[in-house]
Design a protein around this ligand. Sequence first.
Ligand code: BG6
Length: 507
Amino acid sequence: MIRTSKSEPTIFIIFGGTGDLNYRKLAPALYNLFLDGWLPEQFSIIGTGRTKLTDDEYKVKLHEGINQFSRSGKAEDGKWEEFSQHIYYQIADATNPDSYKEFGTRIENHNNEWNAKATVIYYLAVSPNFFPIIAKNISKSNLGTDPDKTRIVIEKPFGHDLESAKELNKLLGSIFTERQIYRIDHYLGKETVQNILAFRFANSILEPVWNRSYIEHVQISVTEQLGVEDRGDYYDKAGALRDMIQNHLLQLLCIIAMEPPINFNADEVRNRKVDVLRAMRKFTPDDVRMSAVRGQYGKGWMEGKQVPGYREEAKVDPDSNTETFAAIKFFIDNWRWQGVPFYVRTGKRMHQASSVISIQFKDVPHFVFPKEAVESWQQNRLIISIQPEMSIRLEVQAKRPGLDMILNTVDMVFDYKGTYASQAPEAYETLLLDTMMGDQTLFMRGDQVEEAWDLIMPVLSTWNNKKSLNFPNYSADSWGPELAEALIARDGFHWFTLPVNKKSGSK
Ligand code: BG6
């Protein structure tokens, strides 16, 4: 995360090299790292998959992906020409140990050519049922034995529940050391998410008020307008809890709630985050009923277009019990946060695409103004917008200009677009570069993943064991099921949404 030197010669071996993730995210991220001068002179990208392709055919495919999805727009001819010299394709059946001999030969050839021992990064951009076999085959072929020079990147989902996550951790731990294992949560690579760490720990004015004495409640809301798209197969077995809350939303919560780390070392930061997960109050089945709400979208209209309900989506069970929306109220049982509710919610096909954290402070202890002075009144609130708007706003009361004393709420704003001319890197650029540099701060450690699963298991099993009788219970383009409003309204609050005129666009 703090970059001191350019990385060493590096070989990326991308399993799932012909897949969507590589096409949309990894290849464009590597290309942008190349453009910005972050890649070493000696690097190679070896995509691998079962499809038969030549190097040139593969390059054409990645070129298309970059042209379509790179944040820097279409690849310039000269730059692409230079970058593409480093791309190779190897047809391979990842389940067959023999295929790995070829990787070994390629690594050796590069090392000889570069007269160096390259760092080898195995990137598993494949379906999770291939994680174990690929790890085992890397081990059988002796390709992962050097803890300083080999790394494995595991995409989510990391496990399907606590048991399977433990099993996967155990297997990986028998082959690699923890410092070789990079478990991706792409939210941690987002610029605005990293900035929460800077905001909290580089400003002395926040720490005194960052606790139960001043903060009334916290909301973390990640809403999407998209439905499940073409991922019905995966999503119907996952649902919002596994897909978003177990990882992205709990990671955001940890960053908001963690104690200040002693320094920025990966383990120091991750220890403080695990502390939060360990302090979170566990649910009993009764708590699940009171503190968690699930939803599934029905059909409706989004921006003038008719969209199907979840149960009508491709590769989704027409009688599916899978939730596409989840809202949960958490508590953290420690000195800093005792009694402060943390409400999280996420959903697909919602009215607005936005990821926002709202931290509401307690009201003034005594109201000194006459009633007539109040035009609008909002307790101080800190709004951290992660996307699409990238900003931090502090809502404060101010006197409206005029001869009367009239108070209304105004925003003090830090907005990325207005402050910085440069474009923020994509999450995958940050995470790939960190993998090359050997920095694990923004990756999930094994114990973190297990704690997060442990926390949500009671909700998962309650929901799995009891079919929802009212699905679908929210329509596309809404704010989710009414019960989610009730969850927070019972405590006297309401979900925060960014007013439309403060949105800088939607997905
Ligand atoms: C992924 C989930 O991890 O995150 C998707 O599997 C979700 O279902 C996506 O749409 C959201 O990511 P972002 O970066 O678009 O907010």
